[in-house]
Write a protein that binds this ligand. Structure first.
Ligand code: 5RP
Length: 226
């Protein structure tokens, strides 16, 4: 089964958890794209839900597929949030932010009664070891870089692909991708990075997920913490 099909199956499996009347947090990325397609089908079969998108990209895609969108100002209680992940360790800690949307994604996941990650099995790793996306206030970039170096990280500013210069997030900030090698204690590193003045949010999601729906070559595996 190819990667796209694994993503699609993971997304469809998680979509089954959505109930009529739910307020649903909608993540960002290529796996969430399949979730949006599935929700769109479910709406045609009579499902009635409201979605809170985690990015401008997801908001536009949701509207294009006939999904009712709202914001945290209108609905601060989310029944279920479903989102992709860049890496998942065996204790179900995540790295997110490949699309630069992790700040809003973490807020939405924190508001949700249930937070479900969807991914294909290439994202699963014994320990987290990818560079961590860190959203940073532009004013504080040089200072934050120094502090990350002193924590043992190697930060690099994220450069845009179809725009000259750096990526600017939906919140008007920069992204630093900081390589810390193997991350033995994700919860501690998550706290340490967020305690640097000028850091808005980092992409480690430790102990947040209730379920992971992982698309494997043999179908979807549902993983739960503990
Ligand atoms: C965006 C994210 C995405 O959820 C993450 O990058 C996974 O994306 P994809 O499903 O495209 O692999 O954190 O900020």
């Amino acid at each position: 089964m190819n990667i796209e099909e694994r993503k699609r199956q993971a997304a469809c499996s998680a979509a089954k958890l959505i109930k009529d009347g739910d307020v649903v947090g909608l993540g960002t990325g290529s796996t969430v794209y399949y979730l949006i397609l599935e929700i769109s089908k479910m709406l045609k079969q009579g499902l009635d839900i409201i979605c809170i998108p985690t990015s401008i990209a997801t908001k536009l895609l949701a509207i294009e597929h006939g999904i009712k969108v709202s914001s945290l100002d209108e609905c601060s209680e989310i029944d279920i949030a479903i989102d992709g992940a860049d890496q998942i360790d065996e204790r179900l800690n995540l790295i997110k932010g490949g699309g630069g949307a992790h700040t809003r994604e973490k807020i939405i996941a924190s508001c949700a009664k249930r937070f479900v990650a969807i991914a294909d099995s290439t994202k699963y790793s014994k320990t987290l070891n990818m560079p961590i996306p860190i959203e940073v206030l532009p004013f504080a970039r040089a200072f934050v870089e120094k502090r990350l170096l002193s924590l043992g990280g190697k930060p690099k500013i994220r450069i845009a692909k179809k725009k000259a210069g750096p990526v600017i997030t939906d919140n008007g900030n920069l992204i630093l991708d900081a390589n810390f090698g193997e991350i033995e204690n994700p919860a501690e590193l998550e706290r340490e990075i967020n305690s640097i003045p000028g850091v808005i949010e980092n992409g480690i999601f430790s102990g947040m997920v209730n379920e992971v729906h992982l698309g494997t070559k043999n179908g979807v595996k549902i993983l739960k913490p503990g």
